[in-house]
Design a protein around this ligand. Structure first.
Ligand SMILES: [Zn+2]
Length: 83
């Protein structure tokens, strides 16, 4: 699987969530998340695909990505015994 979401979760999730957690502001967009993904080397089309996945998982802005997406992935990791 080479989907950008899989790549993010597999390779860059810790770094992404670390950077996202350090954002102190949310302007009700996914701009912070997009900027971090670009820093991590994701192309525009990949960033767009990842943001659609965030929205499908209840992350419509940067703080909701932390609350809904990050926590859900964290819990899933715990359930699978990874966390
Ligand atoms: Zn927000």
């Amino acid at each position: 699987m080479n989907k950008p979401v899989d790549k993010l979760l597999r390779n860059d999730w810790d770094e992404f969530t670390d950077k996202l957690g350090k954002l102190q502001t949310c302007n009700h967009t996914l701009d912070g998340s997009k900027a971090i993904l670009e820093q991590l080397g994701y192309r525009n089309t990949e960033v767009g695909e990842i943001c659609r996945w965030f929205e499908l998982n209840g992350g419509y802005c940067d703080c909701e990505v932390i609350l809904n997406v990050v926590m859900r992935e964290h819990l899933r990791g715990l359930e699978q015994g990874k966390g």
